[in-house]
Design a protein around this ligand. Structure first.
Ligand code: 13P
Length: 244
């Protein structure tokens, strides 16, 4: 049985942007009907970003509830600001900060316990793609979360498939390549929970105003997690429209 899933477009600003850019988005970002549009600016801008017509997400949280963790941000602080989403397991955090599958799973658990919606990122490096082990690789990333959070974690989470070789490279996965992995993810989770049919699975990696519509038209691609093209409001609007 097929389900109608709401589309989502999330903009991951990474360590880019400033207050002036945020003002542009507040004024000019168009949120289509039936589409969740989420802006994820750097943490220092979250307080400024909330309270507008789009949803807001953070780019990271601590796996701890509170305490002596200089520089970290807790789930309850995001709740305090009415930030509803958090990107977790992004490949840049896995690489730059040595975040393991297990640490990412702990963070997903913290977010779920706090009522935040994780945008849980998975995706393979080029050598894994070339060796033909993509499914096993993403399955291990997912199963690490299932082991800690249970197989219903995705009922309250969004998954983002972002092949590392496509991030920031201008080299997007073809719609067929992305669809194949999305279908695998949904089928894998459906084995133990039929609600996987309702889960939003986003594609990320060099999505832009020109290629978004074709990617979002695939059966198991429910929108996108956008990096570079989420820093220009006109481009981002086109991408949001492609989902709506
Ligand atoms: P780009 O859209 O810049 O390739 O980045 C994708 C990404 O990493 C979003 O989280």
């Amino acid at each position: 049985m097929s389900h109608v899933r709401k589309k989502m477009v999330a903009g991951n600003w990474k360590m880019n942007g400033n207050r002036a850019l945020l003002e542009q988005f507040k004024q000019h970002l168009i949120v289509p009907d039936n589409t969740d549009v989420v802006l994820c600016p750097p943490a220092v801008y979250l307080a400024n970003a909330v309270g507008s017509h789009y949803k807001v997400g953070a780019q990271n949280i601590s796996e701890h509830e509170k305490g002596a963790h200089t520089g970290d941000i807790s789930c309850s602080m995001l709740n305090d600001l009415a930030v509803h989403y958090v990107i977790l397991g992004h490949s840049e955090r896995r690489q730059d900060h040595n975040e393991s599958n297990e640490l990412v799973a702990q963070k997903v658990k913290c977010a779920l316990n706090a009522g935040l919606t994780p945008i849980f990122c998975i995706g393979e490096p080029l050598e894994v793609r070339e060796s033909g082990e993509v499914f096993a690789f993403v399955q291990a990333q997912i199963d690490a979360v299932v082991n800690i959070c249970g197989n219903e974690f995705f009922e309250k989470a969004v998954i983002a498939y972002e092949p590392i070789w496509a991030i920031g490279t201008g080299k997007t996965a073809s719609p067929e390549q992305a669809q194949e992995v999305h279908a695998f993810i949904r089928t894998h989770l459906s084995k133990t929970n039929s609600d996987a049919q309702k889960m939003q699975i986003l594609y990320g990696g060099s999505v832009n105003a020109d290629n978004a519509a074709e990617l979002f038209a695939q059966a198991d691609i429910d929108g996108g997690l956008i990096g570079g093209a989420s820093l220009k409001v006109d481009d981002f609007n086109i991408i949001c429209q492609a989902a709506g």
